[in-house]
Design a protein around this ligand. Structure first.
Ligand SMILES: NC(=O)C1=CN([C@@H]2O[C@H](COP(=O)(O)OP(=O)(O)OC[C@H]3O[C@@H](n4cnc5c(N)ncnc54)[C@H](OP(=O)(O)O)[C@@H]3O)[C@@H](O)[C@H]2O)C=CC1
Ligand SMILES: O=C(CO)COP(=O)(O)O
Length: 323
């Protein structure tokens, strides 16, 4: 086979080389750094654990990327506020979580802390282990500032990573965040060996639930059918590479949540997201039957088998209500 321009071994089309600060040298920050370097950009990958200080890492950068797990976002942003971030550079948030203190999304937090900067959400079906192997993948960069989204698109887009723009940051972010709750449920479904019919029913009804919450919180319906919604749900709910899926699978095997998280040794955002989501759902009176069962399971109030029973025995109703 001859190599053509789409071959993974070919270098990407040349871009104007930029300098990026990527905050968080975990699985996702490292994979994003690899993608940006592949395109010839300089990356200052910042970690609390080693290397340059935060101040040195953000010096004269063109783009700031946060790939920090939810629990570290506020503390890192507070540190950043005491430093001199180059004026008006885009801030890209790649975190898939909800803030337990404010129940807000990471992009809402960054927008509040850095109102002079365009905020761009990066989210999609992006298991970092596959991306680091150079396997093809696609993602979405979403912002109210389309120019900023286009800059981020060209930073990361290559023949191994296809990047789409979107003008719906809230929908894009919530798709990636809420599917982590469903990935836990999917892991339970597979761990209990409930079969393919059950899995399809679960994911389809889960998408309806995600759209109900996501549109209530400001996302656009069509976004949830795209890469950052349905796309990410399919990836995460069908892969043992997903840590959230593994949480559900482990619970179905009879392990305690504590044991599963210890064995994981890495971030499973769905656990915190479920708790925050249920707080939002109660406050806003949004029905979230699947997430509610996940919540009870994570909080030791129900067994996996009882959660399935509860979902199967809900009141009968039409699939869709006429408008
Ligand atoms: N892994 C994946 O496939 C994907 C992950 N994501 C999302 O990216 C985010 C990070 O996930 P991932 O990298 O996989 O998780 P890891 O567990 O591999 O790493 C956690 C990251 O969060 C940072 N962090 C945690 N606590 C703090 C803190 N208190 N202060 C500063 N930094 C902190 C760590 O920084 P440090 O380097 O200093 O330890 C590290 O970069 C999550 O929201 C996840 O949902 C999104 C898409 C794909
Ligand atoms: O968001 C992800 C893939 O898109 C990563 O999923 P996990 O956090 O469940 O590993």
């Amino acid at each position: 086979m001859t190599q053509d321009s789409t071959s993974l071994s070919q270098p990407p089309v040349p871009h104007q080389p930029l300098t990026l600060a990527i905050l968080g040298a975990g699985a996702w920050g490292s994979a994003l750094a690899q993608l940006a370097r592949y395109n010839g950009h300089t990356v200052n990958l910042w970690s609390r654990r080693f290397g340059n200080s935060l101040e040195e890492s953000i010096n004269a950068v063109d783009v700031l990327v946060s790939a920090i797990s939810m629990r570290g976002v506020a503390v890192t942003a507070q540190q950043l506020q005491t430093l001199k971030l180059p004026e008006k550079i885009p801030i890209v948030t790649a975190t898939k979580g909800l803030d337990p203190d404010s129940t807000r999304t990471p992009s809402q937090l960054w927008g509040n802390w850095f109102p002079q900067h365009p905020i761009v959400v990066l989210s999609g079906p992006n298991l970092s282990a596959e991306i680091e192997q150079g396997l093809p993948a696609a993602t979405v960069v979403a912002s109210e500032n389309l120019e900023a989204a286009k800059i981020v698109q060209t930073v990361f887009a290559s023949n191994r990573f296809r990047v789409y723009t979107s003008s719906d940051p809230m929908g894009t972010e919530l798709g990636g965040t809420l599917k982590n709750v469903i990935a836990i449920a999917a892991g339970v479904c597979d761990g209990l060996q409930l079969g393919t019919n059950a899995k399809s029913a679960l994911l389809t009804r889960a998408l309806t639930e995600i759209i109900r919450i996501g549109t209530h919180l400001g996302g656009k319906t069509e976004t949830f059918f795209g890469l950052s919604g349905l796309g990410d749900m399919l990836t995460t709910c069908n892969s043992a590479l997903s840590r959230n899926y593994r949480v559900g699978y482990g619970l179905a095997e009879g392990k305690s949540l504590e044991q599963v998280l210890t064995e994981l040794g890495s971030t499973a955002e769905g656990v915190n997201t479920t708790n925050v989501l249920i707080e939002i759902a109660h406050r806003e009176r949004i029905p979230v039957p699947i997430s509610w069962q996940v919540y009870q399971l994570l909080n030791h109030q129900i067994t996996p088998q009882k959660a399935v029973e509860a979902l199967m025995e809900r009141d009968l109703k039409p699939e869709f209500y006429d408008r």
